[in-house]
Design a binder for this molecule. Structure first.
Ligand SMILES: Nc1ncnc2c1ncn2[C@@H]1O[C@H](COP(=O)(O)OP(=O)(O)OP(=O)(O)O)[C@@H](O)[C@H]1O
Ligand SMILES: [Mg+2]
Length: 227
């Protein structure tokens, strides 16, 4: 049983899109894959899981695990778990998250855990996404974009992983908007962080399983990712 924590340099950087693509690809190569979003926030979906991200990720993985395992805590406002706690008076429950994670990871060969926002998104006072990854004891993948400014954000994210001793499998550049030429960005990020860039994903027009499989198989170093 393997697990990967998909974090990113920011919210809206493409964590869900990348996790969707990875889930489809792993499933297509014969891996039984599960998905998790420990905390989710925003407007609740009317049908099925409350978290929109989990609706998309479960479909990609073709997994239908109980909501209390795949998304143990949902806050109906767009905010970090910490801010949601202060606003709604509902405290983030780390022990519930960790026990759900443990149970879920036993149900699948591979579990993809999507983070919330960026690496230092606060969950409790002095407890960030970094602390949660550390307690899960799993490696991270960093999703970054190609927009100008990304080098700063990526270096900060890598440095925080280093500080918290989180092993990073690699960086995935989500090249869906204008910015740096991707070959230069890949070269510089690798040199500056010492972390391998596993590939870059272009703007995706067709979100069908076959299209995602083609794009991810062609553009991501799956061998390193699965090592
Ligand atoms: N490769 C891509 N091709 C086309 N559109 C993309 C791509 N990646 C991201 N997007 C666009 O950016 C939006 C945000 O992406 P996504 O939901 O994956 O971000 P996120 O990091 O998961 O955000 P959150 O922090 O809210 O979970 C998507 O709804 C989509 O419109
Ligand atoms: Mg998301």
């Amino acid at each position: 049983m393997k697990s990967l924590f998909i974090t990113g340099t920011d919210t809206d950087v493409g964590k869900t899109y990348i996790t969707r693509g990875l889930a489809v690809t792993f499933r297509k190569i014969g891996i039984d894959v599960g998905v998790m979003k420990p905390f989710a926030a925003g407007r609740a979906e009317k049908k099925g899981y409350k978290s929109k991200d989990i609706v998309m990720l479960s479909k990609a993985a073709q997994a239908c695990d109980p909501e209390k395992l795949v998304n143990p805590q949902f806050f109906p406002i767009p905010a970090s778990p910490y801010t949601a706690w202060k606003t709604l008076k509902t405290k983030p429950k780390i022990s519930t998250i960790l026990s759900s994670f443990k149970k879920l990871s036993k149900l699948h060969e591979m579990l993809l855990v999507e983070g919330m926002g960026g690496i230092m998104t606060p969950i409790l006072k002095d407890y960030y996404v970094t602390n949660l990854i550390k307690e899960m004891k799993i490696p991270a993948i960093i999703v970054t974009r190609s927009k100008i400014g990304t080098v700063n954000h990526t270096i900060m994210t890598c440095k925080m992983c280093e500080k918290y001793k989180i092993p990073v499998k690699g960086i995935i550049i989500n090249n869906f908007d204008d910015g740096y030429p991707v070959a230069e960005l890949k070269r510089d990020l690798q040199n500056l962080t010492g972390i391998k860039v596993l590939g870059s994903i272009p703007f995706i027009k067709d979100m069908s399983d076959s299209s995602l499989y083609c794009i991810f198989k062609e553009n991501i170093d799956l061998k390193t990712l699965l090592k």
